[in-house]
Write a protein that binds this ligand. Structure first.
Ligand SMILES: C[S@@+](CC[C@H](N)C(=O)[O-])C[C@H]1O[C@@H](n2cnc3c(N)ncnc32)[C@H](O)[C@@H]1O
Length: 277
């Protein structure tokens, strides 16, 4: 673990890409992520509900940047949207192309999209931002999402809350002195310690993602807490007699408190949305 006195720095762009590709290709099954745990099921359920409310009607074109193995792309295609996935990890792109149904997908970097200005009705950025350690890179990715979206079209971008890791570990009985020290360090630098098992990553406070969205030119910005304030209770109850009841309550409260400013950062993930100018 990095002591608080030594500020952690992000790796350079090439190493950053290699680390992400290696993580998702060799160490992590992204295709299983959203079905695994109460946190992920809440994240998926609320993301789909919000996309249903925020996207233009089916038939619209959606660019899913950092679309992973296509979990949301498949739902959107099934609902009648025209979707293309861009992702940094070739193995993810292959899974999207080879899935059921096959979806158009290509390898690309959120910071430099090959598409024309206003080519899509909406753009999703549900993954790249927490993998980009530098603010300038995150704003560049948001600017690209804004650029390829038609004026007035929707952009939705997800980040991980600054507090998610320690809360998760505490709720699932993995809290110890190391986690407490890491929670202290995270308060000031927001950077994930790769010794945690995840890649280098950046974890946001609400005001940071709001500022990044504004700097990228989005208008009408709103911020949602995806899993709501009760997700850690759902994690703690998993496998026990109250699991279903607590999960159901957590989902209801996630919906009710979705944009409540004093609670959003208690969610594991934050979803920022806005319109291309
Ligand atoms: C945790 S997954 C999320 C996948 C999916 N969007 C979801 O929300 O379930 C993060 C994804 O972002 C992709 N990613 C990370 N940095 C990226 C970048 N700079 N450009 C494009 N994709 C990137 C990763 O390859 C990975 O597929």
């Amino acid at each position: 673990m990095t002591p608080p006195s030594q500020p952690r720095t992000a790796p350079d762009a090439g190493r950053e890409r290699d680390e992400i590709v290696a993580y998702y290709t060799e160490r992590y099954r992204e295709d299983l992520r959203l079905d695994r745990r109460p946190q992920a099921r809440l994240e998926r359920a609320r993301t789909l509900q919000l996309l249903g409310e925020l996207l233009p009607p089916p038939g619209a074109s959606v660019l899913d940047v950092g679309g992973g193995t296509g979990a949301y792309a498949r739902e959107l295609v099934a609902a009648g949207y025209r979707v293309r996935v861009v992702d940094l990890v070739p193995a993810h792109v292959e899974q999207v192309r080879g899935g059921d149904p096959p979806i158009e997908a290509e390898v690309g970097d959120a910071r430099a999209l090959r598409f024309g200005d206003g080519e899509y009705d909406a753009a999703l950025l549900l993954g790249p931002l927490y993998h980009l350690g530098e603010r300038a890179d995150r704003v560049a990715a948001l600017r690209e999402a804004v650029r390829v979206t038609r004026p007035g079209g929707r952009v939705a971008a997800a980040v991980i809350s600054r507090f998610a890791g320690p809360l998760d570990l505490a709720a699932t009985d993995r809290f110890d002195a190391r986690v407490l020290a890491e929670a202290r360090t995270l308060l000031t630098d927001g950077r994930n310690d790769p010794a945690s098992g995840f890649t280098h990553a950046y974890f946001h406070r609400p005001e940071e993602i709001l500022g990044e969205c504004a700097d990228a030119g989005l208008t009408g910005i709103a911020l949602h807490g995806l899993e709501g304030p009760l997700w850690t209770a759902a994690e703690a109850a998993a496998g026990g007699p109250a699991a279903d009841a607590v999960y159901a309550a957590a989902l209801e409260l996630a919906r009710l408190y979705s944009t409540e400013p004093s609670l959003v950062a208690a969610s594991g993930h934050l979803l920022a949305t806005g319109l291309a100018p």
